[in-house]
Ligand binder design. Structure first.
Ligand SMILES: [Zn+2]
Ligand SMILES: [Zn+2]
Length: 155
């Protein structure tokens, strides 16, 4: 960890940057699709325009990722078989958590979904899978669902 004001680090504020971050930035700057210039302008993953972008974490399904371009994804953080896609605004199969660059307009799409979650009482309560389990198992659904004995009896 060191502080150097002389060297301009792309996509970061001038300040404390460790070696791992510097290595990560160097790899990103070498790639033409995901590089940022000295004014922090780069290609937005969501709308494919060159504007002010910020690297963020979002969940997207495989259809949305292929539509917007796989080569512009910085990193795939994790893959889930069932999850929420922020770009279709619904629960689907084969969702991945991605590290991508988004502009201000595209972050508003993500924020809309977050507002809907807050209204519905959390991501857990809005999910149709858990909604169905609540209907099926009744009031003690949480204890029943995570109890292996409950499922063993049924089989
Ligand atoms: Zn955008
Ligand atoms: Zn999607």
């Amino acid at each position: 960890m060191d502080r150097d004001g002389s060297e301009l680090v792309h996509g970061q504020f001038q300040g404390i940057v460790n070696d791992a971050q510097r290595k990560h930035i160097a790899i990103r700057q070498a790639n033409e699709d995901i590089r940022q210039d000295r004014h922090m302008k780069g290609m937005c993953w969501g709308c494919d325009t060159k504007t002010f972008v910020m690297p963020t974490l979002t969940d997207a399904c495989f259809k949305c990722s292929y539509k917007r371009g796989v080569e512009k994804i910085i990193a795939i953080v994790s893959k889930k078989s069932w999850g929420y896609c922020f770009f279709c605004a619904k629960y689907t199969y084969h969702v991945a958590q991605l590290n991508v660059q988004l502009c201000i307009k595209c972050t508003r799409i993500v924020r809309k979904s977050h507002a809907a979650f807050r209204k519905g009482g959390g991501m857990f309560n809005v999910d149709p899978f858990w909604k169905y389990q609540k209907q099926k198992l009744g009031h003690d659904w949480k204890d029943l669902f995570f109890n292996p004995e409950h499922w063993a009896k049924k089989i």
